[in-house]
Design a protein around this ligand. Sequence first.
Ligand SMILES: [Fe+2]
Ligand SMILES: [Fe+2]
Length: 271
Amino acid sequence: MGSVLRILTVGDVVGKPGRDILIRRAREIRERFKLDFVVANAENAAGGSGLTPEIYKAIIENGVDCVTLGDHAFRQKAIFSILNSDDPRIVRPGNYPPEAPGRGWTVLEVPATAERPAVRVAVGALLGRVFMQPIDCPLRAADKMLDRIPSDVRARIVDFHAEATSEKQTMGRYLDGRVSAVLGTHTHVATADETILPGGTAFQCDIGMTGPFDGIIGRRYDRVLETTKTFRPTVFEVATGDARLNGTIVDVDSATGKAVKIERLVFRADD
Ligand SMILES: [Fe+2]
Ligand SMILES: [Fe+2]
């Protein structure tokens, strides 16, 4: 067995409440949970939709190593400048068209510590297509991605941004034994099914949301209710209260890439 890498993946960061808890507390969370590497899905970090270069920089300079994106990846076009640059710390869904800005996977180095040498980690993002916009097959996109990731990079995290639990479970099984973790995002509600599949891949349908829990998946309840009852469009403003960080910690054997432990994390603003 190689050294163990502790990797936290943070669920969809929503608006100011979400990015505040992440930016202010990520370094402390790293220390407290002895984390080696932190990934955060920031697709909703700017006003609840998309990501700006300023917010990206604040996240990446304050304890997060890699940012992933989902179906809201391109809501703020300003992020194209980062996606089109050679910055390897941000990925958008890998089953987007090849012409789309950015990359679908990346390999980053986790610096050496007193206990272990430097280790490389691959991070990839994929979008589901059940109850979502039509897009290329995520399973075939996953195969292509894994063909390109260097074979000696054993620690591999896949953010599968999808709606349906069945589609997420299918991806988990499909990649079992080929990646360290398949972690679902997008629904903003964490599921209690975290497990290690038979081939050694950590799996969870959804790792939840980092944002205001006093609302409807991060939006103001009154606005959602108005539109639900009357069909009158409203602005689904980001909610404000009860900020929490949701994420999942996976311990990965750096020699084999297999997960040895998976654990959900809920961190409240007053923790
Ligand atoms: Fe989201
Ligand atoms: Fe999403």
